[in-house]
Design a protein around this ligand. Structure first.
Ligand code: SF4
Ligand SMILES: [Zn+2]
Length: 110
């Protein structure tokens, strides 16, 4: 469960504001829109992927203290979906061919 960046209390993942200190946790009151916050004396842009690859055109760049689009350049990204497809689905053609050959052999041997 996430914690509030101001009071460090546990909060629900979809909490719009912290129930303990009332800090705004989500942007525009929407539970699905995370509002990222910079630590004290730092800027989000310093570690943001969109600042480092020079694709951000937000006016608050490069001194954003809060941002909805922040993406940590140091975060480990999950592998692309293609690697999560089960092995048997990637080899369905070979498996079907093996079944056909096995059935043909069984019929020939009867
Ligand atoms: S997306 Fe936000 S945090 Fe990232 S560079 Fe732009 S303003 Fe900064
Ligand atoms: Zn709080």
């Amino acid at each position: 469960m996430p914690t509030c960046p101001r009071c460090d209390q546990t909060v629900a993942a979809d909490a719009v504001v912290c129930p303990h200190c009332r800090l705004e946790l989500k942007a525009y009151g929407h539970p699905g829109m995370t509002l990222y916050r910079a630590e004290q004396d730092t800027y989000l842009c310093d570690t943001c992927r969109y600042h480092l690859d020079d694709t951000c055109n937000f006016p608050q760049r490069p001194t954003a203290k809060t941002c909805t689009l922040y993406e940590d350049v140091n975060a480990v990204t999950p592998p692309p979906a293609v690697y999560r497809i089960p092995w048997w689905r990637r080899h369905l053609g070979w498996i079907a061919l093996g079944v056909v050959v096995a059935v043909s052999l069984a019929i020939a041997l009867l």
